[in-house]
Design a protein around this ligand. Structure first.
Ligand code: PLP
Length: 424
């Protein structure tokens, strides 16, 4: 064994050991169980290379954080230039990068969404959105969906829909109610003149890639407006081209009163989150513009990444690419479903937000480990462990999609064998 290889092995061992000792022993166990026992080192397009130079096709994709692929040269270049000049803001002088990004978001978002506030994550964007809804309406009640995922800070967790993440932290924010997703009657029963907002993902991501009926969101908006409540659409995972349109709500021709974005907005290079609303709603911030603030949110570096990402998305026509690749892939995956009817319950998706649901969650976890063996990264959705998500960078190549499909076929064969061996 040469010295270089020995050195790399040492780094891997030490990194895992430090996770066990200083980061999270539980997480280290989870990664090892899924066969993710290497150290990530470099990224390009849809690929992540580990420290040994081994390429993995990344179908987890930071849960939707790579709309323009990893290390898109234009985004990286702009960020490098900004890094050398002014990475962080004074917070007292006008900042051009923030202004430019807010302007472009006003241009690309649907309806009359116009003003943006920037934070650093999806959960922060959701916190801001629900504060704005309460402030504007003067009401407290928040309605969301069972199995939804909006983040893990207290407010975002309160409107999220899976008890396992919530119970240990109760009492959470009061007057939050969850109803089944895509069930208009259930929603109608709960939304009333005390409701500040309904918050929904247009398509549930962590809930297991759940696509509502075509008229669901427009009915939800009507019900909100009849009751003087706001509709917040959380596009943190579905936004920025992922579903084949710039925003998933465009499939349903529904513009929310408030939209949240994060993940992909940083172009896979920097963290940034945003909530965006209309001129009318934003008026409540006028008297005290510092009533909601963030020291590092909306920093010039992250805004530079955001602006260039939006330009690349438009100029390279990435949403349309996602649609086309997604349609092709779904067909291939349905063949797999036919080949493994004992394991695969359903394949569903839109654009490059695809879920494969299995009859048993064991299949999903065994499959993830088998796929890692074949150098493809997949993972189950947080609120539904029976569903494996396929959510790669939108720039994934057709050959890479084919490789993933082949690896899925081989891995499912292997999972079937394993289950037979253990009598499953
Ligand atoms: N909203 C949605 C729809 C999400 O999918 C997520 C994360 O997966 C969040 C909010 C929270 O984002 P973050 O992890 O950046 O706080």
């Amino acid at each position: 064994m040469d010295d270089e290889l020995r050195e790399k092995q040492k780094i891997v061992e030490e990194t895992i050991d430090k996770y066990v000792k200083y980061v999270s022993p539980g997480l280290a166990r989870l990664f090892r169980f899924a066969n993710f026992s290497t150290v990530e080192w470099r990224g390009e397009g849809a690929l992540v290379f580990d420290i040994y130079g081994e390429a993995y096709i990344d179908c987890i994709g930071g849960f939707g954080s790579f709309p323009v692929g990893r290390n898109h040269p234009r985004v990286v270049q702009k960020v490098k230039e900004q890094l050398d000049r002014l990475p962080l803001s004074t917070r007292t002088l006008f900042n051009k990068q923030q202004a430019d990004l807010a302007e472009m978001l006003a241009q690309v978002t649907p309806g009359d969404l116009q003003y943006s506030f920037f934070g650093n994550s999806g959960a922060e964007a959701v916190e801001g959105a629900i504060k704005l809804a309460r402030f504007y309406t003067g009401r407290k009640k928040l309605v969301s969906a069972i199995n939804s995922f909006h983040g893990k800070t207290m407010g975002a967790l309160s409107v999220s829909g899976r008890d396992v993440y919530k119970k240990p932290f109760e009492p959470l924010v009061p007057e939050t109610y969850q109803v089944p997703f895509d069930d208009i009657e259930a929603l109608e029963e709960v939304v009333d003149e005390k409701t500040a907002a309904v918050i929904l993902e247009p398509i549930q991501g962590e809930g297991g890639i759940n696509i509502p009926h075509p008229h669901y969101l427009s009915r939800v908006k009507e019900i909100c407006e009849q009751n003087g409540a706001l509709l917040i659409l959380d596009e943190v995972q579905t936004g920025l081209g992922r579903t084949g349109k710039m925003f998933a709500c465009e499939h349903y021709e529904v513009a929310p009163h408030i939209m949240t974005l994060a993940k992909g907005l940083g172009g896979g290079v920097l963290p940034i989150g945003a909530f965006i609303s209309t001129e009318e709603i934003w008026k409540v911030f006028e008297d005290n513009p510092l009533i909601h603030s963030s020291t590092l949110g909306g920093n010039p570096l992250a805004c530079t990444a955001g602006l260039e990402t939006l330009k690349v998305l438009q100029e390279e026509n990435i949403p349309a690419q996602a649609e086309e690749k997604g349609n092709y892939w779904m067909e291939e995956l349905r063949f797999l479903q036919e080949k493994f009817p004992d394991l695969v319950k359903e394949v569903r998706g839109i654009g490059l937000l695809i879920g494969m649901e299995f009859f048993d969650s064991d299949v999903a976890s065994l499959l993830a480990a088998e796929m890692a063996e074949r150098k493809v990264l997949v993972a189950y959705t947080l609120n539904n462990p029976r569903v494996i998500r396929l959510e790669p960078p939108l720039t994934i190549k057709k050959e890479e999609i084919e490789k993933v499909t082949k690896a899925l076929g081989k891995s499912l064969d292997k999972v079937r064998e394993t289950l037979k061996e253990i009598g499953g």
